[in-house]
Design a protein around this ligand. Structure first.
Ligand SMILES: Nc1ncnc2c1ncn2[C@@H]1O[C@H](COP(=O)(O)OP(=O)(O)OP(=O)(O)O)[C@@H](O)[C@H]1O
Length: 391
């Protein structure tokens, strides 16, 4: 079933494909969409969790569209402003409130009155502003900087984060009271690699949309290109996929798109082959700056050397032991909810999937693909080995 949902006022957003449609075909995405459609008509504050490029803003727009709110949808990235600026941006100011404030200005809250305010990267909001935001949510009114007059507000707040807010609370970076106030409803967008059923429908959707824009007819993806898309890790998630398809159309207009046209994928595959132990690009993770993460490259290097040695000496036992060590370490990370760190070990998705499933962190229906046990191959990028070849 093709889950292509169009926004009613798509025409108003002519510049962006993002505002027009949502492609949600993977069973996980469909389940999320069902929850979204339950939450949207309510007045509940929503927190959307997901890595960069997973579609958080798009989801927030959909929530707004699905509500009865007729006011505007206003999106603000909390990470894009300095602490002093974001105060005035959110709550507005009177003229003369501070140097440079020559005129009174309404803030984003007022701009969103009657509608929804989407606060992206809420985890980046300084603590002082978190206190202020909490008060606004409780009292449903704001006071502009330099004023004493409260302004009544009717705004639904939708927040997004790419960090685990519970970890931020534990680390003292995020107020617990604000966290509980915000997370009335929580929607989690999984990284694209964890919802493979979305990859090709999204790719075809972007292909059709960009081809239309570029005036190209008859572009298709060859089976090889489809395979390359499915095999890629997508650290930049849907945004990366959109860019890859757009670029491919530019370099291979009016023709079938081959794997070799998907240049950024090819490049990253090549660079992985050249530097087998290099860390993948930074990923949002609850464990992003823990000592474990710092230790992973060394661990990975050690395990890689051991694997190579075991192959050279033809020692299946050592090979098995290294594999076991890898799996135990990854399991430990998964157990601590540090899935991304586990990924850095270079394990195959299938192995990670199995670990996650064993740990109840993954729904059963996701685990459709068999465990090929190719984790050593992942670690040794470019030198695939099968356990049987060791015998
Ligand atoms: N389900 C989807 N269907 C179609 N396009 C999508 C979908 N999800 C995301 N996109 C596309 O991916 C791009 C990234 O989406 P979006 O900006 O919503 O991500 P984000 O998670 O808010 O990113 P960031 O955290 O970096 O701000 C958008 O340009 C949009 O076109």
């Amino acid at each position: 079933m093709n889950q292509l949902l169009t926004f009613p006022d798509a025409g108003k957003h002519a510049l962006s494909i993002r505002a027009k449609a949502l492609v949600f075909e993977d069973p996980q995405s469909q389940a999320l969409l069902a929850r979204l459609d339950q939450v949207a008509p309510t007045e509940a504050t929503v927190v959307i969790i997901g890595e960069t490029g997973t579609g958080k803003e798009l989801l927030a727009r959909r929530i707004h569209q699905g509500s009865a709110r007729r006011g505007p949808f206003v999106a603000v990235n909390c990470g894009a402003f300095s602490e002093s600026l974001i105060d005035a941006e959110l709550f507005g100011h009177e003229s003369g409130a501070f140097t440079g404030a020559s005129q009174a200005r309404a803030g984003w809250f007022e701009a969103a009155n009657g509608g929804s305010l989407f606060l992206d990267e809420i985890g980046d909001l300084p603590l002082a502003l978190q206190v202020k935001l909490l008060r606004v949510l409780q009292e449903r009114q704001i006071v502009r900087i330099g004023s004493r007059k409260p302004i009544e507000l009717d705004v639904r707040l939708i927040a997004a984060t790419n960090v685990d807010l519970r970890d931020a609370v534990n680390a003292g970076h995020f107020r617990a009271d604000l966290y509980y106030r915000l997370s009335v409803a929580t929607l989690e967008l999984r990284p694209l690699w964890e919802r493979p059923g979305d990859i090709l429908p999204l790719a075809r959707h972007f292909l059709a949309s960009y081809a239309k824009r570029l005036g190209i007819e008859g572009s298709t993806l060859t089976p090889g290109a489809e395979q390359a898309l499915l095999a890629h890790d997508w650290p930049g998630n849907i945004r990366e996929l959109e860019n890859v398809v757009h670029y491919a159309l530019i370099v291979a207009p009016a023709a079938a798109i081959h794997a070799s046209d998907l240049q950024s994928i090819q490049r990253s595959a090549r660079s992985r082959a050249r530097q087998p132990v290099a860390l993948p690009p930074a990923v949002a993770d609850s464990s992003a700056s823990t000592p474990e993460v710092a230790a992973v490259p060394t661990l990975r290097q050690m395990l890689r050397e051991l694997l190579l040695k075991s192959m050279k000496l033809n020692q299946p036992l050592l090979f098995e032991q290294v594999q076991a060590t890898l799996v135990c370490t990854a399991f430990e990370f998964c157990h601590n909810n540090q899935v991304q760190t586990a990924r850095l070990l270079g394990l195959s998705r299938n192995v990670l999937r199995t670990l996650l499933k064993q740990h109840g962190l993954l729904a059963a229906h996701e685990d459709s693909s068999p465990d090929t046990g190719d984790f050593a191959a992942d670690l040794l990028v470019g030198q695939p080995v099968a356990a049987s070849s060791m015998a």
